[in-house]
Design a protein around this ligand. Structure first.
Ligand SMILES: Cc1cc2nc3c(=O)[nH]c(=O)nc-3n(C[C@H](O)[C@H](O)[C@H](O)COP(=O)(O)OP(=O)(O)OC[C@H]3O[C@@H](n4cnc5c(N)ncnc54)[C@H](O)[C@@H]3O)c2cc1C
Length: 414
């Protein structure tokens, strides 16, 4: 995720010096970060560069959820939580609660407990959720989502209670669905993966072929062009009318986002991501910044990924620091270089991309990418801890093409 460049490090050192001097003269600013995932934790830690900021991180759980490992939690091959005490810097206060509304007029974040938090700036990092389609018969009742900690735990219990050879169906063959299917088949489960379109559509053809080969060799039945028309307690009904037994049906058919921004009257895209300008500032309110899965800079959503969470959250935090310092905030710069899909505990397929995240015809597969994937996954926590100790240390590859279009007009819900 993070690629160090000498210029970036130097500019951050300079910024830290400037911010230190500045805090001696300025009053305390209160910043509330909503959502303590990869983006929010990084942003909260980064704000510590200015020791005059009162930083509060609001998150519904007392522990950090490593969503990158939720499929492992489901399959019983790994844990997916980490202790915030090891991830947050001393200057960050954690409030375990849920934000129910951002009152941008009164500058308060209202909480589920009935309390509220006054703010000078908010960083909106509420991440993403599962998106089980309400209109698909039986999906809400019988399919198991897996994109959040609690749903993954429920699914894990259901798998533990099932017979080892009970048929499992994974619906959705994007990266999450494939990783889930691979993890389960490696644990000896009987797995069918239903794509409803193309397998791993964000990858290039050669990489997609490698994935299909691995799945086939390891016993996953891939129904690439089939789609699901109904989910039953013990079966899946396909669009062509075929009914196939499925003791457990897992829903991995894409992500939604929390509706907090829309509920707070802020401009969002159709999915509910907060629309910002290129400094990650809401198009409605220059005291609201955003990062991670729940932001659409200039109305153009980026890949929902840890890779994106760092640069967007880092830029959002830098924007807050700049505004407090009375400086012009910098614009988001972000260059993708690839994406790594885990296939069980040992293998992976690494798809290389252009800076704008489109795939090139080059990929790596096998154990080396597998080891790399594990290193990167561990590295995400390492990066957060480093930012806690050395605020401003996170840097990322810059220079990706960003839209030249200005952000949409405030007040337009797209
Ligand atoms: C199984 C799985 C595997 C994945 N694998 C990869 C991978 O290999 N590589 C990769 O790059 N990405 C992967 N992803 C995607 C990645 O996990 C997300 O893109 C990433 O978590 C986004 O970070 P975030 O901080 O924006 O959101 P999150 O990590 O979702 O954090 C958001 C936080 O905000 C909290 N929150 C939500 N609403 C509120 C509220 N109202 N008040 C307070 N707090 C709130 C949430 O509870 C959560 O703690 C995977 C996702 C899943 C589910």
């Amino acid at each position: 995720m993070i690629c160090v460049t000498i210029t970036a490090v130097l500019s951050h050192r300079r910024r830290r010096r400037d911010l230190k001097g500045m805090t001696e003269h300025k009053q305390t600013n209160r910043v509330v970060v909503i959502g303590g995932g990869y983006a929010g934790t990084l942003a909260a830690n980064r704000l510590q560069q200015n020791t005059g900021i009162d930083i509060t991180l609001v998150n519904p759980r007392p522990q950090f959820v490593q969503r990158l490992r939720l499929h492992q939690l489901v399959a019983g091959t790994g844990d997916a939580t980490a202790d915030y005490r090891t991830l947050l810097g001393r200057g960050v206060r954690l409030v375990v609660d849920t934000a129910t509304r951002i009152d941008t007029v009164g500058r308060k974040v209202l909480l589920g407990s009935g309390e509220d938090l006054d703010y000078d700036y908010v960083i909106y990092t509420v991440g993403s959720t599962a998106a089980v389609p309400k209109q698909l018969p039986g999906a809400v009742e019988f399919a198991y989502p897996m994109a959040e900690l609690e749903s993954a735990q429920v699914l894990r219990s259901a798998l533990d209670a099932a017979e080892p050879d009970d048929p499992v169906t994974v619906v959705g063959a994007g990266l999450t669905g494939i990783e889930m299917a691979a993890e389960l088949v490696e644990r000896g489960r009987t797995v069918t993966l239903v794509s409803g379109g193309r397998l791993a559509p964000s990858f290039g053809e050669p990489a997609r072929r490698s994935i299909a080969r691995w799945l086939g060799r390891n016993g996953v039945v891939v129904r690439e062009s089939d789609s699901v028309a109904e989910v039953r307690r013990d079966a899946v009904v396909f669009a062509d009318g075929a009914v196939r037994p499925s003791a457990i049906t897992i829903w991995a058919g894409g992500f939604g986002v929390p509706d907090l921004a829309a509920r707070s009257g802020l401009t969002t895209d159709a999915l509910g991501r907060l629309i910002t300008d290129e400094t990650l500032t809401s198009v409605d309110d220059d005291r609201v910044m955003a990062g991670g899965d729940a932001v659409a800079p200039s109305g153009q959503a980026l890949r929902m990924a840890c890779y994106t969470a760092g640069p967007t959250a880092g830029t959002a935090a830098d924007t807050v620091l700049s505004r407090i310092a009375g400086e012009l905030p910098e614009q988001l710069q972000l260059a993708y270089s690839g994406s790594c899909l885990g296939l069980g505990r040992r293998a992976a397929v690494m798809q290389f991309t252009r800076q704008d995240d489109t795939p090139v015809d080059f990929h790596l597969r096998g154990r080396f990418p597998g080891a790399f994937k594990e290193m990167v996954t561990r590295g995400t926590l390492w990066g957060l801890r480093r930012e806690a100790r050395k605020p401003g240390s996170a840097v990322w590859r810059k220079g990706g093409e960003r839209p030249s279009q200005p952000a949409p007009v405030p007040g337009v819900v797209m």
